[in-house]
Design a protein around this ligand. Sequence first.
Ligand code: CA
Length: 226
Amino acid sequence: MRVLIVEDEHKIANAVKKGLEQEAYAVDAVYDGESGFDLALTGAYDVIILDLMLPKMDGIKLCGQLRRRQVHTPILMLTAKGRLNDKVQGLNAGADDYLVKPFAFAELLARVKALTRRPRNSVGSILTAGDLSMNTLTFEVKRADRPIALSRKEYALLEYLLRNQGRILTKDQIINQVWNYDADVLPNTVEVYIGYLRNKIDKPFRDREPLIRTVRGFGYKIEGRR
Ligand code: CA
C-alpha cells in the first residue's frame, strides 16, 4: 500500500510517515500543496493524507483539482480543531474522510485502513446497523428515518462502533480511537458516553431491538439486523 502525506508541519508529517512505515506502508511525504498535487496526479497512491492549510495550494483546492482531473484516490483530510465548516468544504471538494487535529495515531491508522478497504470512486459513505444510518458526508444520523442529534464525541464513538460492526471493542480500544492521546480520560468515561448514545439511539425506539450491546468483561459492540 502506498500513502502520500501532504502536510507542511514537518513534525506531524514525519511522525505519521514513521508510524505508517512501521505498519508496512510505503510512504512519501511532501510539505506543500503544489508538490503534493504533482505526486497525487500520478495516481500511484492508495491513500492521500492531506492537510487543509498548506503553502502554495491549499487542501481544498488540491482535492477539487484532483477530482476534476479524474484522480479518485481516497483522501483523508486533516483539519484544525473545531472547524466544522472546513470539514464540510473538504468533503464537498471530494475528500472521503476527515480527521481533526490533534489526533491519536491509532485513529489515523484506522481511517487509512477503512479507506483502503472502501471501493474506489465512492464519495462519502453511509454506515448502517439495522435501521440506523450515518452519512459521513453530511454527518446525519437517523434511526427508522428519524433524525438523531449527536454531540461530537457521541458521533465519533458511534462512527467507530459502526466501522467495526459486530466486533467487540474494549474500553481501551475505544479510548485510543475516540479520544486523543493527550486527553485525560477517566475509566468510566466510555461507559458514560455509551450511556448517552443508548439514550439517543436505543431508548427512544422501544419497539425495536437495541443496537448497542454490552459484552460483560470485554466491552461493547454494535449490531443490527436489516
Ligand atoms: Ca498546515
